[in-house]
Design a protein around this ligand. Structure first.
Ligand code: AFP
Length: 322
């Protein structure tokens, strides 16, 4: 089986980009080990702190953030980082040409129940003379990402990665510590009969999403004339991995539960990298009203509605929003 570095070099990625991706993966291997040790490594449970999103930080959130932050800032490739767990961007090497936005441990409510969690990352490029202390260097459209991926810490540790030449899946061979290519050029099936949404928010959704989901739930006796299956992992990495593997629609739509926070998922380090992975695999990623990777970000922790997955089904969902 082929290892990650030669695959990326054959795709025309620069040595620096390949080294940067390997740097991220070095931290992810350590996170994978800590996650698999669970209670034995003393990392389960919460800290007493909240992050910038007002969410209680889990010990593993803090640890994963520190591992990624330290290794990236010391690597020399990175001008600055933005993380879900950091209120502000953090400057690295002023001569670095890459910036990295990441969610160090997505799905943290799953940590203590030994369920799926993962790391999501987005890599962008900046001019050499850009100011490492200027947070505005992160305000780039998703289309400007040079690479995006996630590492899923499940029964096996898997990497989904794109550098703009398709989406590939690698599996961590824990005996050698290498990510080996296990699925080349992933293709999300165009059609599906599976969807993922947190249905407990139903009464707070916009009418378009209420109507769409009601028609799916009506099954073969409803307007769609087919039965649909529902799944919810409560970790976007797990749900998107299922979509990449066997198709489906994943959505975290707008809701009115908290009028100050109509969206849940973060644009720079959740929606954009997942949108790139899904589009590169032939799927669609939208807010319901616009393509996610067309959004001009205004803030590093900005949130958006997300509807992504199998092309035909996402387009059907979008037709309810038209
Ligand atoms: P964290 O990034 O705080 O771990 O949250 C995970 C997440 O943003 C996303 O991965 C899930 O799809 C979603 O939250 C789950 O939300 P619910 O709490 O509504 O199930």
């Amino acid at each position: 089986m082929r290892r990650l570095p030669p695959v990326l070099l054959e795709d025309g990625c620069s040595h620096d980009l390949v080294s940067l991706i390997r740097t991220i993966l070095a931290a992810c291997k350590e996170i994978s080990f800590r996650v698999s040790q669970g209670a034995l490594s003393g990392v389960l449970g919460s800290t007493l702190d909240e992050n910038i999103q007002g969410e209680t930080q889990k010990k593993l959130d803090v640890l994963s953030n520190q591992l990624l932050k330290d290794i990236l800032l010391e690597s020399g490739y990175v001008k600055a980082i933005a993380s879900e767990e950091e209120p502000d961007t953090v400057a690295g090497n002023p001569d670095g040409q890459y910036i990295v936005a990441f969610d160090p441990l997505d799905g943290s409510s799953n940590i203590d129940i030994n369920s799926l969690v993962g790391t999501i990352f987005s890599i962008m490029q900046v001019p050499k003379d850009a100011d490492a202390n200027d947070p505005n260097i992160f305000l780039q459209k998703g289309d400007q990402q040079v690479a995006a991926g996630y590492v899923l810490y499940g029964p096996s540790t898997m990497l989904a990665l794109t550098t703009g030449k398709g989406t590939r899946i690698f599996t961590l061979d824990k005996t050698h510590g290498s990510f080996l290519l296990t699925t080349d050029f992933v293709q999300v099936p165009k059609t599906t009969r599976e969807f993922a949404i947190n249905a407990s928010n139903q009464r707070h959704w916009e009418p378009a999403m209420k109507n769409y989901i009601a028609d799916l739930l009506a099954g073969e006796t409803g307007p769609r004339g087919e039965n649909f299956n529902m799944r919810w992992i409560a970790a976007m990495v797990g749900d998107v991995h299922r979509v990449l593997t066997r198709g489906g629609v994943f959505t975290y739509p707008a809701d009115t539960k908290n009028p100050e926070k109509p969206y849940k998922l973060r644009l720079l380090y959740e929606a954009n990298p997942m949108a790139m992975l899904v589009e590169q695999a032939g799927g669609v990623a939208s807010t319901g009203y616009e393509r996610i990777m067309d959004i001009e970000p205004e803030q590093i922790h900005q949130r958006v509605a997300v509807i992504l997955g199998s092309k035909d089904e996402v387009e059907t969902c979008l037709s309810y929003h038209a």
